[in-house]
Design a protein around this ligand. Structure first.
Ligand code: NAD
Ligand code: MG
Length: 393
């Protein structure tokens, strides 16, 4: 395999740094050529010094000026420093890049991911919010441009691997595994008082803040249900969830003859990232699973009463694209308010439910329409949070 040149959207985040660690361990296979970061100037600077990409993008013009100045002082030249959406789009479409890792968190990554598809890049997709908000548009563009969308989200990566065991029309249904998060056994009566500090402690995965809170509410699994419907062209009723606290089986595909294929590996995102970047080949790695240490695999039915976000996601998936956009946008606003201490834990599903109830069925026909619907849902979420705070006060 010749060296694949990699663009990373969200290079300073949890998935972004894991991607760079794969580049570090497989220097003959992968080389980063473009990086897009949010506001973490220090890490972006260090990544530029280490990897000397052709292009780096950072969120604002002020940060881009600071980054340019620091690179100049450090004697690092030849890196184009950009900012904002134009910068992330340039990183996503760099002519020299063979493969784009989409790992900006939230709808902020949508335009760049869509631009990468239009530019015909092979994509390793971590950013699930893109598919939730604009899955139909992205999949349609990928089909037209002959682009492969390789899932990095561990469950969808597992499904992608298990689907190599049979034909699409032989699939009966798929099973997404869920760790259940830190509150799997917490009584419902205690949910109202859950603090951000408690919710940020995930039992099996180390991840960015939003996805960690989403795992605690199980909205993450809800987003993954919609992501799976889009990626694998399945109706919501064929995407099931099973709670599997050990996170050893990453997901399963059930075939019409009764066979169920599962994917087992270490709980380390570097493996799905490596799989996506190497696809259709497999590369050796040291991410070995210790079969001798495997003692127990537990499974439980998800509890829709304690985790209403799961129900809300199924409802949005069955309703319309506008409802999926609203689900994601309302959650993003509610999670940020919860982290600031302005909303109780159960305020997250309450905010989502309120915004969904205000949403009319629609199918946006362009990314701009998706972004407009997204902005509208965010405003409604802010309003719902303000009203709830006023009622409590
Ligand atoms: P993170 O918060 O650790 O990193 C997010 C990255 O996006 C950072 O580099 C940040 O600087 C960048 N960013 C944020 N806003 C930006 C903006 N406006 N413009 C440009 N860059 C911006 O998040 P993460 O855990 O790495 O997750 C990234 C995505 O991958 C999310 O969509 C998440 O759902 C998905 N995902 C993550 C994991 C995981 O294990 N971390 C697993 C599955 C899926
Ligand atoms: Mg996942």
């Amino acid at each position: 395999m010749s060296v694949k040149k990699i663009s990373i959207l969200g290079s300073t985040g949890s998935i972004g740094t894991s991607t760079l660690s794969i580049c570090e361990s497989h220097p003959d296979q992968f080389r980063p050529v473009a990086l897009a970061a949010g506001s973490n100037l220090e890490v972006a600077f260090e990544q530029c010094v280490r990897w000397r990409p052709q292009v780096v993008s950072i969120s604002t013009e002020a940060l881009a000026d600071q980054l340019s100045a620091r690179l100049k002082t450090a004697g690092v030249s030849g890196i184009e420093v950009l900012h904002g959406t134009a910068g992330t789009v340039r990183v996503a479409t760099l002519p020299d890049a063979d493969f784009v890792v989409s790992a900006i968190v939230g709808v902020a990554g949508l335009e760049a991911t869509y631009a990468a598809v239009l530019a015909g890049k092979t994509i390793g997709l971590a950013n699930k919010e893109c598919l939730v908000a604009a899955g139909d548009l992205i999949l349609e563009a990928a089909r037209i441009h002959g682009v492969a969308l390789l899932p990095i989200d561990s469950e969808h990566n597992a499904i992608h691997q298990c689907l190599r065991g049979g034909a699409a029309n032989e699939v009966k249904q798929i099973w997404l595994t869920a760790s259940g998060g830190p509150f799997r056994n917490t009584p419902l009566a205690e949910f109202e008082h859950i603090t951000p500090q408690q919710a940020l402690k995930h039992p099996t995965w180390v991840m960015g803040q939003r996805i960690t809170i989403d795992s605690a509410t199980m909205l993450n699994k809800g987003l993954e249900i919609i992501e799976a419907c889009r990626l694998f062209n399945l109706p919501p009723e064929k995407v099931k969830v099973t709670v599997h606290p050990q996170s050893t089986i990453h997901s399963l595909v059930e075939y019409i003859d009764g066979s169920i294929l599962a994917q087992i590996s270490v709980t380390d995102m570097r493996l799905p990232i490596l799989y996506a970047m190497a696809y259709p080949e497999r590369l050796p790695s040291d991410l070995t699973f210790d079969m001798a240490a495997l003692s127990q695999l537990d499974f439980q039915q998800p509890d829709f009463e304690r985790f209403p976000c799961l129900r809300l996601a199924y409802e949005a998936a069955g309703a319309s694209q506008a409802h999926c956009i609203a689900l994601n946008a309302a959650d993003e606003i509610a999670v940020a308010a919860f982290l600031r201490g302005e909303l109780p834990f159960l305020g997250i599903p309450r905010t989502i439910e309120r915004v969904l109830s205000l949403t009319s069925s629609a199918s946006p026909a362009s990314i701009q329409e998706v972004l407009t619907a997204d902005r509208h849902a965010r405003e409604q979420a802010h309003e719902a949070i303000r009203t709830a705070a006023a009622v409590v006060a």
